[in-house]
Design a binder for this molecule. Structure first.
Ligand code: BG6
Length: 523
């Protein structure tokens, strides 16, 4: 019999992080919230873990006028607030620089070019540039065009020029294609890194490991054994200080078109030929293409959109979306969406995927629940005993891990069955908090690994899927917009969406001990 020949790589080798070669990161929008809250702390952590190359510098660009020193001071005070070590912080700051200017002003790019030449000479970064667009999306085109015109996107022999773009990538198919067209005038797809921070989360990456590194799940991962799949991304936060953006976007664009679709594809895609980025992204795209598209006239059958009213969250009164700062008091923007997705392929024929996401919901939880079918024949039925279905829950956050709900005998009387929850919690087991998603993604971009970034064709397919909804909701305005009290699980219609199919959302309430209500732990 033919033997499979394998080149063995040891586990230890696989666990080693690849340290990037000489690199620089240039952040547009360097005085913004994302930069201070996520990007700088992640880059600092990479520095602290010795995962940045010696030959490295960071150049921040924004309109705010700072000197290098003032910008460094700003970063320093934030890092020290987090109790970081002064010595390491000071070392890190030696690599930080700042340039101010207007994104649509050519002189900014002349200055940028000069500055990069200078820093490149000092830090020996080999003209390797990773540009990060962390600006409002309406200036993306201005920046890309000028980076291109000033030849900063040209890759010299042995050097790289890459660009990371934050979502939203446009606001519909047309605008996303416009951005893409502009990008492709100056860059190849291999230079473009569209970031979706969900892909950098440890537990999201673990979905592939769980499915494809274990033999027990794949044989039952299909329509024969799975009844339905439920994906929930519930947030307690409201719109916070992001009303300007959210009023333009709404929840469908903010969460569904990107994060939710990523979760769905990872759970539903076929095994890729290899872990190589092209194979993984091909499979994801294939899956996206198999999602049944929506006819505008049927959208109300499949989707529920709603907005939060005032309510109570953890005992505190919180205001309605329409009363939040900078929100139009008559706003029709949705803060909650629930929807049903059908995947037309062999594996998932007849298995609905129910997705819901919302702001100001009862508790923060992101999970994927795989609800299995009932046993084909119950020998317990004549005792009038309802068996609960098995459920595999992938807990993305906040309690990262997974749980399997099974039926088991409760000790004591002869025929007493109950639901047993086998729980695996990442933090308890590994005794270590995983890295922030941005650390992973920034490192991958410096190394040139695009697996965890979104490819242009996938972007198109997912915008195409949601375009009829966006159009219909825009036409309908407030007609069809529902309301839910802050601190609830969304409008009642979201529950009815599943009841129509004789199903129900998994109950995410907790009891007083902080445990799930339906997970009666008996052992
Ligand atoms: C962002 C959205 O992409 O993801 C926010 O714009 C949302 O509205 C956030 O709150 C959720 O991310 P996380 O990592 O907290 O689940």
């Amino acid at each position: 019999m033919e033997q499979k020949t394998k080149t063995r790589i040891s586990r230890a080798q696989l666990c080693e992080e690849i340290k990037p070669g000489p690199s620089s990161i240039i952040i547009f929008g360097a005085s913004g919230d994302l930069t201070f809250r996520k990007l700088i702390p992640s880059i600092y952590t990479l520095f602290k873990k010795n995962l940045l190359p010696e030959e490295f510098f960071l150049l921040g660009i924004a309109r705010t006028k700072y000197t290098d020193e003032e910008y460094r001071e700003n970063i320093k005070s934030r890092l020290l607030e987090e109790k970081e070590d002064l010595f390491i912080v000071d070392k890190f700051l030696e690599k930080i620089f700042y340039l101010s200017g207007y994104y649509n002003d050519d002189s900014l790019y002349t200055n940028l070019k000069n500055r990069l030449n200078l820093l490149d000479n000092i830090f020996k970064t080999n003209q390797n540039y990773l540009f990060y667009l962390s600006t409002p999306p309406n200036v993306y085109l201005e920046i890309i065009k000028r980076l291109g015109n000033f030849e900063l996107t040209v890759e010299k022999e042995g050097s790289y020029s890459r660009i990371i773009i934050e979502k939203p990538f446009g606001r519909d198919l047309k605008t996303s294609q416009e951005i893409d067209k502009e990008l492709h005038k100056y860059l190849n797809e291999s230079q473009i890194y569209r970031i979706d921070h969900y892909l950098g989360k440890e537990t999201v990456q673990n979905i592939m490991m769980l499915r494809f590194a274990n033999i027990v799940f794949e044989p039952i991962w299909n329509y024969k054994y799975i009844d339905n799949v439920q994906i929930t991304v519930a947030e307690t936060l409201g719109v916070e200080h992001r009303a300007g953006y959210f009023e333009q976007a709404g929840l469908l664009r903010d969460m569904f078109q990107n994060h939710m679709m990523q979760l769905l594809t990872l759970v539903a895609m076929e095994p890729p030929a290899s872990l190589e980025d092209r194979s993984v992204r091909d499979e994801k795209n294939k899956l996206l293409k198999s999602i049944r598209s929506y006819d505008k006239k049927d959208i109300d059958k499949y989707f529920v959109r709603a907005q939060y009213k005032e309510g109570f969250l953890n005992g505190e009164e919180v205001s309605a979306y329409r009363s939040e700062k900078n929100v139009n008091p008559n706003s029709n923007i949705e803060t909650f969406v629930a929807g049903k997705f059908n995947i037309d392929n062999w594996r998932w024929s007849g298995v609905p995927f129910y997705l819901r996401a919302g702001k100001r919901l009862k508790r923060r939880v992101t999970e994927i629940a795989i609800i299995f079918k009932e046993v084909p024949h119950s020998i317990f039925a004549k005792n009038n005993l309802d068996l609960e279905q098995n459920i595999l829950i992938l807990n993305i956050q906040p309690d990262e891990g997974f749980s399997l709900k099974i039926q088991a005998k409760q000790p004591g009387s002869k025929l007493c069955l109950n639901t047993l929850s086998m729980d695996f919690n990442y933090n308890d087991f590994f005794k270590f908090k995983g890295p922030d998603a941005y650390e992973r993604l920034l490192l991958d971009a410096m190394v040139g690994d695009q697996t965890l970034f979104v490819r242009s064709d996938a972007m198109d397919v997912s915008w195409k899927l949601f375009t009829p909804l966006l159009e219909k909701w825009e036409e309908q305005k407030d007609k069809g917009l529902l309301f839910y009290p802050a601190g609830s699980w969304g409008p009642i219609e979201s529950f009815k969406l599943l009841e129509k199919d004789q199903r129900q959302w998994r109950n995410l309430e907790l009891n007083q001990e902080g445990e799930e209500i339906r997970a009666d732990k008996v052992f």
